[in-house]
Design a protein around this ligand. Structure first.
Ligand code: PCA
Length: 324
């Protein structure tokens, strides 16, 4: 509420101030389709900043990897090719294991737990980003991750040899440990990958399957609730330090609103998109007890691998989360 009041006050002030100030445009690359709830939230955030700064900073979003492909967005913002952007946090797990805190199987499997895990991870992650010339603005989780397949799967043995679309290190590792063949593909490109048989399965949210109409190629979605990975919105730290205090207030208030709205949408979308998959003709339901049991064993392996790779900082995040 305090942020909202600040935002409203700032809006009133800047509409006068804007008359004398020079306007700048911030192009904001997004990895996911314009219809995806993260992109909708980012567009609202952009409008909030544009209005709140009285047009001094106009944010223009570019969804679907149209300005920079998902894998290139972080580097583009770090190097100042784009001032601001949004990306999947765990997409950077190959740079530093810490980025994969949210993709440890079965560590945090509900929105509440994902929230607690984020509370434990936010500070170390912000510090890691700050070392890389990036300032964190807000972060929103994807809905829980489940498994998509063409054919029925009741056990890990049924997964052997299937081509599996991965989106980060954890998903590639999951494929290896289940005998599948991982191929990394951006969400923006999965419809085509499934249509052409480059991949026949993936782990993702109902939301991404729904956005990309995967029922055109795949038939089964198993609710596994393995983890809830996060997107984050970040700004180049040099650009950020050039922003006036007043506009920083506006941007932070808009970020707070976006985080709230994004979380709400993510929750709402969980049921809505699973129904959308059903309406598209897919069989949607919980995974078999056997499959869940076997995946949990793999989760134990992946948890210890992650803890080893992420060192003391990783352990501190997990300990703080468990203590909450
Ligand atoms: N959708 C994104 C990441 C997690 C999710 O639910 C994807 O599949 O790329």
């Amino acid at each position: 509420m305090k942020k909202l009041t600040t935002l409203l006050a700032a809006t009133a002030l800047t509409s006068v101030a804007a008359l004398s100030a020079t306007a700048e445009t911030w192009d904001m690359p997004l990895a996911y389709s314009g219809s995806n709830f993260h992109s909708v939230t980012a567009a609202e955030f952009g409008n909030c900043v544009t209005t709140g700064t009285g047009g001094e900073i106009e944010i223009v979003t570019h969804p679907s990897g149209s300005l920079f492909k998902g894998a290139d967005i972080k580097r583009a913002v770090q190097t100042g090719q784009a001032p601001i952007g949004e990306r999947l946090l765990s997409g950077h797990q190959n740079e530093n294991a810490l980025f994969g805190f949210d993709s440890v199987p079965f560590l945090a499997t509900s929105f509440d737990d994902a929230d607690k895990l984020w509370k434990a991870a936010k500070e170390p992650l912000s510090a890691l980003l700050a070392e890389q010339n990036l300032t964190l603005l807000y972060s929103v989780p994807w809905p829980p991750q489940g498994l998509y397949f063409k054919n029925e799967v009741n056990a890990v043995a049924d997964m052997k040899g299937i081509k599996f679309r991965s989106y980060n290190n954890a998903t590639s590792r999951l494929a290896e440990l289940t005998g599948m063949l991982p191929v990394t593909i951006e969400a923006a490109e999965i419809s085509q990958a499934f249509a052409t048989g480059v991949a026949d399965s993936m782990i993702s949210s109902g939301s991404t399957g729904y956005d990309r109409k995967v029922w055109e190629s795949l038939n089964y979605f198993y609710e596994v609730d393995a983890w809830l990975p996060r997107n984050y919105v970040f700004v180049n730290s040099d650009v950020w330090s050039g922003v006036s205090d007043q506009n920083k207030n506006v941007i932070q208030a808009c970020a707070g609103l976006a985080e709230y709205a994004g979380n709400w949408r993510s929750k709402e979308y969980t049921g809505f998109t699973l129904q959308g998959l059903r309406d598209g003709g897919m069989t949607v339901g919980p995974a078999s007890d056997q499959l869940v049991g076997e995946l949990k064993e793999i989760g134990v392996t992946m948890t210890s691998e992650w803890l080893e790779a992420a060192g003391d900082q990783g352990k501190a995040i997990v300990d703080a989360f468990k203590a909450d």
